[in-house]
Design a protein around this ligand. Structure first.
Ligand SMILES: Nc1ncnc2c1ncn2[C@@H]1O[C@H](COP(=O)(O)OP(=O)(O)OP(=O)(O)O)[C@@H](O)[C@H]1O
Length: 269
């Protein structure tokens, strides 16, 4: 079997005296969707910041395609084909779709002192790539990003990452602020990326969304890897329990049961 696209071995991260991640070992294979699950504060953001070069591990190792790597900056990670898309697509509301698609590597036309940003080319490519992801309502690359819906912005950011050669997409809560239809569309786009052999690390609180597209699941509890399993190995209830730390859900159920019993007794008096 080929070396994993990305492999973490015993990665730990502390901020001062606070241990945020402890001994995280994980593998991401090409064309697989790894869902990173966990309650608030479990360490998901810290872990994806390590994968994307924003933070460096305090200890442990990272390998990309079997070779030891150190991501000192997001640029290092993107040099290895790792692209992160944040909740609102990380796009610029006051920029046109074309400009936002090419920001940092604007295409130009003409030469020497006449060299200009090629607005038509940029807009055309951005629209074509978004349409390729099923966003057919966007037909004008000069439209402002601010006028796009949340799902369309996610699609723009994903289309951009794929166009520039991402091999691993990190999607941070991509469906959190979306309605049902838009969320479904973003999940479809994730499946399209997967079909192209792109790996996806999907951070989400939505167990249903994770179960719809995930091949591989990692659950973090208080900075440790509480479970690492593949599709079909756990039920929805087991995953929800794990995410809530198990006892929390059991306690809540017991509380609700006690409350219902008391209410029922009071009603009988
Ligand atoms: N720079 C930092 N300095 C100190 N502690 C930090 C820092 N960054 C994160 N933490 C702590 O690490 C823990 C994990 O935070 P993190 O943001 O990674 O969790 P999360 O799983 O992404 O949570 P959420 O789902 O709420 O975004 C939290 O207790 C947080 O306070």
């Amino acid at each position: 079997m080929a070396a994993p696209l990305l492999e973490l071995s015993d990665v730990c991260k502390s901020f001062g005296a606070t241990d945020v991640l402890t001994d995280i070992s994980l593998r991401v294979q090409p064309g697989e969707v790894l869902c990173l699950l966990g309650d608030n504060g479990a360490g998901k953001s810290t872990l994806i910041k390590i994968l994307s070069g924003v933070h460096q591990p305090s200890s442990g190792a990272i390998r990309a395609n079997g070779e030891a790597v150190v991501f000192r900056s997001p640029r290092d990670a993107s040099g290895h084909g790792i692209a992160t898309v944040h909740q609102f697509g990380g796009t610029f509301p006051l920029m046109s779709i074309g400009r936002s698609f090419f920001v940092g590597s604007e295409p130009t036309k003409w030469r020497g002192p006449f060299r200009r940003y090629d607005r038509r080319f940029a807009g055309g490519v951005a629209v074509r790539e978004m349409q390729g992801l099923g966003i057919t309502r966007v037909t004008d690359g000069d439209r402002l990003v601010g006028g796009l819906s949340g799902g369309e912005r996610q699609a723009l950011a994903i289309a951009r990452a794929v166009y520039f050669g991402a091999k691993l997409l990190i999607l941070d809560e991509p469906t959190a602020a979306l309605g049902v239809k838009e969320a479904a569309h973003v999940l479809r786009i994730i499946m399209q990326a997967r079909q192209k052999g792109i790996a996806v690390v999907l951070v989400t609180h939505h167990v249903t969304h994770a179960m719809t597209v995930g091949d591989h699941f990692a659950v973090l509890i208080r900075g440790s890897l509480a479970a690492d399993f593949r599709k079909g190995e756990r039920t929805r209830e087991e995953i929800t329990d794990l995410m809530a730390g198990g006892e929390a859900m059991a306690e809540l159920e017991a509380e609700i049961e006690a409350f219902t019993t008391t209410e029922a007794k009071a009603g009988q008096l």
